[in-house]
Design a protein around this ligand. Structure first.
Ligand SMILES: *Cc1c(COP(=O)(O)O)cnc(C)c1O
Length: 392
């Protein structure tokens, strides 16, 4: 049968019917360890009872009213997110790209308030910010942009993890109003910058009155071993975007702001029909509560270290393994050769992984992954890597 879905994804020929924690089962009854969490979405694992309870309870009373009225769950979620992050207020969207759209609009508003009529935002090479026109224009990957010209203007691109390049760009572009960056680049290949990279960006933003805007859509919600990755640096950005794991699979995004950035949007300047409705906010509230109750963020730190070390041990001496790096449970294993074939090979062994930027195996296991599951992951994948890199 021909599919009637637009072929925007190259899909593996597997259909899942149910899950529990880090496990998924397909329609043939085969079990898989999910070391990708639906791309950093299901941080609490699949079918988490707290999320199930929250959305089933909420759906019995109200799923949606409108942002034309007060929404109690949205107020509660904004209270919780600002308390946990140190940010001041929140705009709720339905996805990551939309959260970044809000951030980009905030930066432009900020520029206009300063009398800059053509504001520009510094963005990074190898970045990923989404698939809408503005966010794909901000994205540093020609493959994402190809075929969609004319792109949205107003972005200045510099290499990632290069403070001197940012300084040069600021000196050269007088219309620069903001810097948008991921604390760890996810789609770009699990690229972890220098420990003080964000601190230096914060200082530059202060010096030049730019908005520091962090895309924490992949790094947020405990993934890197802190609630938000910038909390490793003891700084506060002006704008921070979230999505992916915020609802553990229920679609919700958020754009958080502090300081002047929190004062820019007034009634009528931005909006979303679904954004922050009672159903999605009840899921996100359950996620935040569970992360705390089960101390999952500290576990992300410990388990990430454990997994990375185990791979280092198993793969030591393999000359085609260039680097094994992690920030919490955001893990990259970089090979010297393209390795997309490993995705199918792993799937056949009952393991779900991802390869990004052609040569980087990306692992984003749920924060609830158990020790036995970690053992299965390390054993299965390291064997596959050895076979792939040292063919008989
Ligand atoms: C996934 C992702 C996005 C886009 O989120 P969508 O919900 O797919 O629109 C943006 N930025 C980063 C860093 C991401 O990982």
């Amino acid at each position: 049968m021909t599919s009637h879905i637009m072929p925007t994804y190259g899909r593996l020929p597997v259909t899942f019917t149910h899950g529990k924690g880090a496990w998924l089962w397909d329609d043939q009854g085969k079990r898989y360890l999910d070391a990708l969490s639906g791309i950093a979405v299901c941080n609490l694992g699949h079918a988490h009872p707290a999320v199930h309870k929250a959305i089933s309870k909420q759906s019995k009373t109200l799923i949606h009213t409108s942002n034309l009225y007060q929404v109690a769950a949205q107020e509660q979620l904004a209270d919780a997110l600002t308390a946990k992050s140190g940010m001041e207020n929140v705009f709720f969207s339905n996805s990551g790209a939309e959260a970044n759209e809000a951030a980009i609009k905030l930066a432009r508003c900020y520029g206009h308030q300063k009398g800059i009529t053509k504001p520009e935002i510094i963005v990074m090479e190898k970045s990923f910010h989404g698939r809408t026109l503005a966010t794909l224009s901000a994205t540093g990957n020609p493959k994402v942009q190809k075929g969609f010209a004319p792109l949205v203007t107003g972005f200045i691109r510099v290499p990632f993890n290069d403070i001197a390049a940012i300084e040069e760009a600021i000196a050269k572009h007088k219309n620069c109003v903001a810097i948008l960056v991921e604390p760890v680049q996810g789609e770009g290949g699990v690229n972890i910058p220098a420990d003080d990279y964000l601190n230096k960006i914060r200082a530059l933003c202060d010096e030049h009155s730019l908005l520091m805007m962090l895309d924490e859509i992949q790094t947020g919600i405990g993934r890197t071993g802190k609630f938000l990755a910038f909390q490793h640096n003891g700084i506060l950005p002006d704008v921070c975007t979230l999505a992916k794991a915020l609802g553990n699979g229920v679609p919700i995004g958020a754009c958080l702001a502090s300081g002047q950035a929190a004062t820019l949007f007034t009634a009528g300047m931005h909006g979303s029909t679904f954004g922050g409705n009672p159903l999605v906010c009840s899921a996100a509230l359950a996620v935040l509560k569970t992360l705390e109750q089960d101390d999952l963020i500290a576990q992300a730190e410990k388990k990430g270290q454990k997994i990375a070390n185990a791979f280092r041990e198993k793969l030591q001496g393999n000359a085609q393994v260039i680097d094994i790096r992690n920030k919490g449970l955001m893990i990259g294993i970089e090979l010297s050769e393209p390795c997309a074939a490993l995705v199918t090979a792993a799937q056949q062994q009952g393991l779900l992984i991802n390869v990004t930027n052609e040569k980087v195996i990306r692992l984003l296991p749920p924060l609830v992954i158990k020790n036995k599951q970690i053992e299965f992951l390390v054993k299965t994948l390291s064997t596959l890597i050895q076979e792939h890199t040292q063919p008989m």
